[in-house]
Design a protein around this ligand. Structure first.
Ligand SMILES: [Zn+2]
Length: 98
């Protein structure tokens, strides 16, 4: 989850994890450029806990009331998938990181 990847547009190496439709996307936190995309299914059985929020936009902190789900990704992935299928962009934030 903490891949060091630099944005091809602006060179920043801070990324955000987004789920949109059936895709898991790493996005530049500054300009919003999509850097890496894979299938959400490929990561959806992780035991690591995440908080899932409605996407507030690149580099913005989500508001608490936009929380969609929180817990081990394996448990909350159906909720995230359902929201993403309805067109919500979901910001995934790993729990337990400073
Ligand atoms: Zn960028």
């Amino acid at each position: 989850m903490n891949d060091i990847l630099a944005c091809p547009s602006c060179g920043l190496d801070k990324t955000e994890a987004i789920v949109h439709g059936g895709s898991y996307i790493l996005r530049c936190a500054a300009c919003g450029e999509a850097i890496v995309a894979t299938s959400f299914l490929a990561i959806s059985d992780l035991d690591h806990p995440f908080s899932a929020f409605a996407d507030p936009g690149p580099g913005k902190r989500p508001r608490p009331e936009t929380l969609i789900a929180r817990g081990p990704l394996r448990q909350i992935s159906p909720t995230i998938s359902a929201a993403a299928r309805e067109g919500t962009r979901v910001l995934l934030i790993p729990e337990g990181t400073p």
